[in-house]
Design a protein around this ligand. Structure first.
Ligand code: PLP
Length: 447
C-alpha cells in the first residue's frame, strides 16, 4: 500500500534521469527503502545484492557508521561555508590537500564540484581560459572518443558520444569531435592490442590534422569507458594517447568519474599506466555516493597559466556548493576507509568477480566478458559465431534487468545487450559468487 501510493506520486511528479518518461509511467518506479554493506532492500522488504553500487558510486558500500558520523558532526559544527570571498572550511582544505598528495604527478590543485557532469563542464571552461591566457584563443576545438560518456551538462553532453544524449536536443556541438573507440570485441582492426593502439593513434592524428593542429584545445578519455559498455583499452593505450597530446601541445583530460577511487584497483586508474594528465575529473567514489561531490584535478602548469593570465581579475567560475564542508567531511572519511582495507578488498574481490564472470563464457548468450577490478561487463549476443548483437532497444534490457531483480541482483542492463557490473568494494567472496550465480540463472531464464 505504502509502495503503491509512492508509485503513483512518482508517476505524477518525479522526472527520472535518462529515462523514457512514457515507459517509466507505464512500468512505475521500484522504491528502495534501506541498504547495508552490498545489500539493498526495497519497499516490499525484498533484499538484493547491489551489483552496480547504485550508479557505480557506492564504492564503500552502504551503512558505514563512520561516514554518517562524519557528516552529522560537520552538519552540527558548520553545515555550510562558501569558498567565495576568500573564505573556506577545514574539511574542504584538508580534502583538497589529501587528494593532491595522492594524485599522479603535479596535479596539485583541486576544484570541487557537485558531481561528474559539472566537473567535466568546469574543465571545458578552464581549458578555454587557459588557451586564452596563453594567447592562443584559436585553440577552441575539443576531441573525445566514440562510446564515451562525459556527463550531460550543456557543453559536456557534446563530448558524450552516446546517441540518446544528442537525439532530440539539437544543440550545436560543431566545436567537438570524436575518434572511434578502442572497443576490442567489435574493432574493425581486430583485437590485437598493438593494432588497436596504432589505429587509435592514427585516428587521433588524422582528426587533429583535419581540424588543424593549431585549433585543438584538448582530448578527453575515460581510462575505461564506462557507460559505453565497460570498454577496456589495451594496456599502453592511455599512455600512447597521452604522449601524442603532449607532443602536439593538446591538453589531456582523464575522466575518472567512474574509474577513480578504487573502482579499477588504485585511487586513480591512470596511475596504473603511470600517466599524468593535465586534468583529472572525478566524482562518485570520492564520497562513495553518500553526498554529492565531484573534483577537478588541475596540473601546476595549467593552474599557473590561468592564475597569471587573470592577474588580479576574478576568474568567473564557481558554484554556491563548491567545496561544501559536509561533502568534504564525508570525502575525508571515505578516503580513510579506502586506505584502511577497502582498496585491498576491492582488488581481491575484483579478481574473483572477473574469474566468476569469465566462467559464464560457456553460456550460449555470452559473447564477451571484460573488465578490470570491480568494473566489468558481460556482452550478450544472439549468435556467438558472428557476434550478432541483441536487438538494440530498451525492452530486452528491461526484461533482463527485471529477471535479475527477481533473482535478487541489481545489475545495469544496457540497451545494446551489455550487462554492467560495479559492485561495492566491500563485497565478500560469498556476495561475489552470488552475483555470478544469479547472473547465470538470469541468463538461463532469458534464453
Ligand atoms: N564522466 C563519466 C566518465 C561518467 O561516467 C559520468 C557519470 O556516470 C559523468 C562524467 C557524469 O557524472 P554525474 O552523473 O555525477 O554528473
Amino acid at each position: 500500500m505504502y509502495a503503491n501510493s509512492l508509485i503513483e506520486l512518482d508517476r505524477a511528479h518525479l522526472i527520472h534521469p535518462v529515462a523514457s518518461y512514457r515507459s517509466h509511467e507505464k512500468h512505475g518506479v521500484r522504491v528502495l527503502a534501506s541498504a547495508k554493506g552490498a545489500t539493498v532492500t526495497d519497499a516490499s522488504g525484498k533484499q538484493l545484492i547491489d551489483g552496480f553500487a547504485g550508479l557505480w558510486c557506492v564504492n564503500a558500500g552502504y551503512g558505514h557508521e563512520s561516514i554518517v558520523e562524519a557528516a552529522a558532526r560537520q552538519m552540527q559544527e558548520l553545515p555550510y561555508a562558501t569558498a567565495y570571498f576568500g573564505l573556506g572550511s577545514e574539511p574542504a582544505i584538508r580534502l583538497a590537500s589529501e587528494l593532491a598528495d595522492r594524485a599522479p604527478g603535479d596535479l596539485n590543485h583541486v576544484y570541487f564540484t557537485l558531481g561528474g557532469s559539472d566537473a567535466v563542464d568546469s574543465t571545458i571552461r578552464f581549458i578555454r581560459y587557459y588557451w586564452n591566457a596563453r594567447g592562443r584563443p584559436e585553440r577552441d576545438q575539443f576531441i573525445s572518443v566514440e562510446q564515451g560518456y562525459h556527463g550531460s551538462s550543456t557543453a559536456g553532453a557534446g563530448l558524450t558520444a552516446l546517441p540518446a544524449f544528442h537525439a532530440g536536443f539539437g544543440l550545436p556541438f560543431d566545436w567537438q569531435h570524436k575518434i572511434p573507440s578502442h572497443y576490442a570485441y567489435r574493432n574493425p582492426v581486430g583485437d590485437d592490442p598493438q593494432a588497436i593502439i596504432e589505429a587509435s593513434l592514427a585516428a587521433l592524428k588524422s582528426k587533429v590534422e583535419a581540424i588543424g593542429p593549431e585549433r585543438v584545445a584538448a582530448f578527453y578519455v575515460e581510462p575505461i569507458q564506462g557507460s559505453g559498455g565497460v570498454l577496456v583499452p589495451p594496456k599502453g593505450w592511455v599512455k600512447a594517447m597521452r604522449e601524442f597530446c603532449r607532443e602536439h601541445d593538446i591538453l589531456f583530460v582523464a575522466d575518472e568519474v567512474i574509474t577513480g577511487f578504487g573502482r579499477t584497483g588504485p585511487l586513480f586508474a591512470c596511475s596504473e599506466e603511470e600517466v599524468v594528465p593535465d586534468f583529472i575529473t572525478t566524482a562518485k567514489g570520492l564520497t562513495s555516493g553518500y553526498v554529492p561531490m565531484g573534483a577537478v584535478f588541475m596540473a601546476d602548469h595549467v593552474y599557473e597559466t590561468i592564475a597569471e593570465g587573470a592577474g588580479a581579475t576574478a576568474i568567473g567560475h564557481g558554484y554556491t556548493y563548491s567545496a561544501h564542508p559536509v561533502s568534504a567531511a564525508v570525502g575525508l572519511e571515505v578516503l580513510k576507509l579506502y586506505e584502511n582495507g577497502l582498496l585491498q578488498n576491492g582488488v581481491r574481490a575484483g579478481a574473483r568477480l572477473m574469474r566468476g564472470l569469465q566462467s559464464l563464457r560457456d553460456h550460449p548468450l555470452v559473447g564477451d566478458v571484460r573488465g578490470r577490478g570491480m568494473l566489468a561487463a558481460v556482452e550478450l549476443v544472439v549468435d556467438k559465431s558472428n557476434k550478432t548483437p541483441l536487438p538494440s532497444s530498451a525492452e530486452p534490457a528491461r526484461r533482463i534487468f527485471d529477471r535479475a531483480w527477481e533473482n535478487g541482483l541489481v545489475i545495469r542492463a544496457f540497451a545494446n545487450g551489455v550487462l554492467g557490473y560495479a559492485p561495492p568494494l566491500c563485497c565478500t567472496e560469498t556476495e561475489i559468487d552470488a552475483i555470478v550465480e544469479r547472473t547465470r540463472i538470469t541468463l538461463d531464464e532469458t534464453l
